[in-house]
Design a protein around this ligand. Structure first.
Ligand SMILES: *[C@@H]1O[C@H](CO)[C@@H](O)[C@H](O)[C@H]1NC(C)=O
Ligand SMILES: *[C@@H]1O[C@H](CO)[C@@H](O)[C@H](O)[C@H]1NC(C)=O
Length: 395
């Protein structure tokens, strides 16, 4: 009797030990299909994803939300923190599909939003924003919603997005806002060249963001860099069609955070409207752009390969006759080569009251069909090193 009890106790303890260690050591896997999601592209799977997030976020155990192959229809969904968990992986083999009726998510800001999280890794997967209906509505000028960003990451830190594909967003594909330490790698973004406002990746009010090894073809900026972006690295990105890698538009508001420490290196632009662009509104502002390096870019048939435009005033509304208050200082262009689709391959159109200074050109060679390309400068000062073609107009 005594012996039997002792064996039972030992077994009980052993079992307890195994379960205890299992729950604290191995990641919990939350398969959305087990929670009711249907990979049939027509059943609304929002609730299942939401349940998976609540479990992952509420757990102290590393958790993986797993989305198997298939098409999962999702309405707008917030993955909100703060979480108990600092190790959540969202592993996606399948495709997340937005509602075909653009009105369902057209006014909510973001289709999928990670907000207030710390330690999230999003791996793989395709987002299909099904934006064509909304673009058609906008192009016909009728009463259309503004459209949703496909994937937003807000007020978060330590987030990585790896191997994600984003198709046909209604508005922007990916927006990083108010974040710290975000890494995007191997991202593939695709929308038609005439799709309105479909910026690829927009970064603002964020520090330590890197965008690596990515391919972006879309209807607006491939990457747009808004106010308050600091310590941003963009490397090995192919852009085109699209409106280029743009710092701006900045200076729409008077009180605006500046942009500082941006490096863009080893990038290509093909059949793009712009290459390397800085754009500010022609309006008073306390904004600035300091310390930017553009290095190793190849341009193929790009309309404005190198451009600073400080006279942006769309529709000539609320800014005619005003000048930009944004100060642009210390911008370096090194090893920029290829072909311009227009005669003016380099344009520095800077502010009359806050001229651009410390612009540096080193080894720039841009050609324009069989003609000599031109540079245009106004209120721009700087230096050149090595071979620079078209001839610099910096003073
Ligand atoms: C920009 O880089 C410089 C030099 O590395 C650094 O001292 C400064 O703090 C950075 N600025 C911001 C806003 O992080
Ligand atoms: C510019 O070209 C010169 C001559 O080929 C080379 O020595 C120099 O390293 C180049 N500059 C950069 C930043 O690559």
């Amino acid at each position: 009797m005594y012996l039997t009890n002792s064996i039972a106790n030992t077994l009980f303890l052993a079992l307890f030990f195994i379960l205890y260690h299992k729950s604290f050591a191995t990641p919990t896997i939350l398969n959305v299909v087990d929670l009711g999601a249907k990979p049939d592209s027509k059943t609304d799977s929002t609730a299942a994803f939401s349940t998976a997030w609540s479990s992952a976020c509420g757990s102290t155990n590393p958790s993986t939300i797993y989305v198997p192959a298939g098409r999962f229809l999702l309405k707008n969904l917030h993955f909100s923190g703060p979480c108990k968990n600092k190790a959540i992986t969202v592993q996606v083999d399948g495709t997340l599909v937005a509602p075909l009726n653009y009105n369902v998510i057209g006014n909510v800001g973001n289709w999928l939003l990670f907000e207030g999280v710390d330690g999230v890794s999003i791996r793989g997967g395709t987002l299909d924003g099904q934006g064509a209906g909304l673009w058609a509505c906008k192009m016909h000028g009728s009463n259309c919603p503004s459209g949703a960003t496909s994937l937003g990451v807000s007020n978060s830190k330590n987030v990585e997005i790896i191997g994600l594909k984003s198709l046909n967003s209604q508005m922007f594909h990916i927006v990083i806002n108010g974040c710290e330490n975000v890494k995007l790698q191997g991202v593939n973004i695709l929308a038609p060249r005439n799709s309105p406002n479909t910026d690829g990746i927009h970064v603002q009010l964020s520090t330590d963001v890197t965008i690596l090894n990515s391919k972006i073809s879309t209807g607006d900026d491939c990457v747009s860099i808004g106010p308050g972006a600091t310590n941003l690295l963009i490397e090995k990105v192919d852009c085109g069609p699209g409106h280029g890698i743009s710092i701006g538009s900045l200076g729409k508001d008077f009180d605006e955070a500046g942009v500082q420490n941006v490096t863009v290196k080893t990038v290509t632009f093909k059949d793009a409207q712009n290459g390397l662009r800085i754009k500010t509104w022609g309006r008073p502002s306390k904004g600035f752009v300091y310390n930017v390096v553009f290095q190793h870019a190849i341009m193929t048939n790009v309309q404005n390969p190198i451009v600073i435009d400080q006279n942006y005033c769309p529709g000539s509304k609320n800014c005619p006759g005003q000048v930009s208050g944004v100060k642009i200082r210390d911008v370096t262009y090194q090893e920029i080569h290829g072909t311009s689709a227009t005669e003016v391959a380099v344009k520095f159109d800077c502010s009359k009251i806050r001229p651009c200074d410390q612009i540096k050109l080193e080894n720039v060679s841009l050609s324009y069909r069989h003609h000599a390309p031109k540079s245009l400068c106004s209120n721009a000062a700087g230096t050149t090193t090595g071979r620079v073609e078209p001839t610099s107009c910096l003073v």
